[in-house]
Design a protein around this ligand. Structure first.
Ligand SMILES: O=C[C@H](O)COP(=O)(O)O
Length: 251
């Protein structure tokens, strides 16, 4: 049985003060940790402030990116070891905004994945197709290539625990959501790929859906058998709405 998970990707939003207020409101609602695992991923600058509020709480926090080296002359970059030093448990990797705006390739994501594992972070690996790729009918090819770039360099024991997030690029921040059936179809495909890699990995890996998830559509999306929760952008910046999404995953 896979424990549902709801992750908030705050992207480049929230000062430390805003982050503290947001995470405090989530914490004070005391969501049941046995029903849903909750993760918040603030910008780097607010991680420490969030960590202080979450001390002793079952709510997890993580980062949105890392660089693959441990340290050195890499101006502006942050390593997995630095994130572990802040107490981060998870790191989002390969988000489509990183791939599209910052030019991250599958190979870059694979190097970041290896660095996350080396430093003891759990990757939340994002995959997803653009609108053009969907209209060309190559959604499965695209997400398979993104996933296989990771599977080819790892083994089942190392991969264990990794979280996958399927995020159709055309649904991110657009208000357009994949229908629950469209999302389930891709999730089932990804699970089959994971299963072919290793049956235990196929059964146990959580696959989250991301792309314009809101309180009002969350329950229906999460009701599908291969959708284990959500990676939430805009709606994770409002405590009340985020908590309603968490409650939908817990139900
Ligand atoms: O990481 C989160 C996704 O990019 C979804 O963002 P969104 O919920 O604002 O569409």
């Amino acid at each position: 049985m896979r424990q549902p998970m709801v992750a908030g990707n705050w992207k480049m939003n929230a000062t430390r003060w805003e982050a503290e207020n947001l995470v405090r409101a989530i914490k004070e609602a005391e969501p049941d940790p046995s029903a849903v695992e909750i993760l918040v991923c603030p910008p780097f600058t607010a991680i420490d402030a969030v960590a202080r509020v979450l001390k002793g709480s079952p709510i997890r926090y993580g980062a949105q990116n890392l660089f693959w080296e441990k340290n050195g002359a890499y101006t502006g970059e942050i390593s997995g070891e630095m994130l572990r030093d802040l107490g981060c448990r998870y790191v989002i990797l390969g988000h489509s905004e990183r791939r599209q705006i910052f030019g991250e390739s599958d190979q870059d994501v694979a190097r970041k994945y290896a660095a996350a594992k080396r430093s003891g972070l759990i990757p939340v690996l994002c995959v997803g197709e653009t609108e053009e790729q969907r209209s060309q009918g190559i959604t499965e090819q695209v997400v398979s290539a993104q996933l296989q770039a990771i599977l080819q360099q790892t083994d089942a024991a190392t991969f264990h625990g990794t979280v996958i997030a399927y995020e159709p690029v055309w649904a991110i921040g657009t208000g357009l959501t994949a229908t629950p059936d469209q999302a389930q179809e891709v999730h089932a495909f990804l699970r089959a790929e994971l299963h072919a890699f290793d049956s235990g990995v196929g059964a146990s890996t959580r696959i989250l859906y991301g792309g314009s998830v809101k309180a009002e559509n969350a329950a229906e999306i999460f009701s599908r058998p291969d959708i284990d929760g959500g990676l939430i952008g805009g709606a994770s910046l409002k405590a009340e709405e985020f908590l309603r999404i968490c409650a939908a995953a817990a139900a």
